[in-house]
Ligand binder design. Structure first.
Ligand SMILES: CC(C)(COP(=O)(O)OP(=O)(O)OC[C@H]1O[C@@H](n2cnc3c(N)ncnc32)[C@H](O)[C@@H]1OP(=O)(O)O)[C@@H](O)C(=O)NCCC(=O)NCCS
Length: 177
């Protein structure tokens, strides 16, 4: 169980039964936020396909409170070329009415822990430069800004910059991945 005394939640691996909640949390941001550059909501079928691509090597975790999913996070392949296989990209989304209560921190910390346990060498976060909360969250967990791409996104009628933040993990060249 995580969180302070007033806001208790637990983290657990996601299952197929969580996909509707995961999609609802995410699709809110698709419609209202630059935190994802997706512009059309994901369908249930698309979310199922996404989940099927995330096997044991690419975990998906949810934060649950009183039986409700209030956030989720995942590790995804950064790039399909083989030599990138020890690099993963994180995603973390907290339900819009459950923000700022430690859920995002708990989820991202767990994803970093799992990335190290799986033998990945580095975790990357690709973040819209206008998203101060996500940049601050990643910085708080030891990620450093390593790149700033100018005007690569266009959403809600304006150009958007993307910041890449990176955390190098202690795993060496003989990792298991
Ligand atoms: C970004 C997000 C995941 C943070 O999760 P959260 O549960 O709201 O954040 P937490 O309460 O765990 O905060 C952890 C740290 O993140 C930073 N942070 C979170 N929200 C912040 C905000 N609104 N402004 C500035 N910093 C913020 C702070 O450093 C905070 O530590 P502190 O509370 O000790 O100051 C959440 O706001 C969210 O889902 N936002 C929309 C989706 C998104 O941006 N996802 C990231 C895509 S790359």
């Amino acid at each position: 169980m995580s969180g302070g005394n007033r806001f208790q939640f637990r983290l657990r691996p996601a299952g197929a039964g969580d996909l509707a909640s995961i999609n609802a949390i995410y699709n809110h941001y698709v419609l209202h936020c630059t935190c994802t550059y997706q512009t059309e909501p994901s369908t249930a079928a698309q979310r199922e396909a996404w989940f099927a691509e995330h096997g044991p090597g690419y975990p998906v975790m949810v934060a649950e409170q009183s039986g409700e999913v209030i956030g989720w996070a995942s590790l995804s392949r950064f790039h399909p070329r083989e030599a990138y296989r020890r690099t993963v990209e994180d995603s973390v989304y907290v339900r819009h009415d459950a923000q700022r209560r430690g859920v995002g921190h708990a989820l991202l910390a767990e994803m970093v822990r799992q990335a190290a346990a799986l033998g990945y060498h580095t975790v990357l976060g690709g973040i819209s430069a206008d998203r101060e909360s996500s940049i601050a969250l990643h910085a708080r967990l030891g990620f450093e800004k390593v790149a700033h791409l100018r005007e690569v996104g266009f959403k809600f009628g304006r150009w958007l910059d993307v910041v890449w933040m990176q955390r190098i993990l202690p795993s060496g060249p003989s990792g298991t991945v």
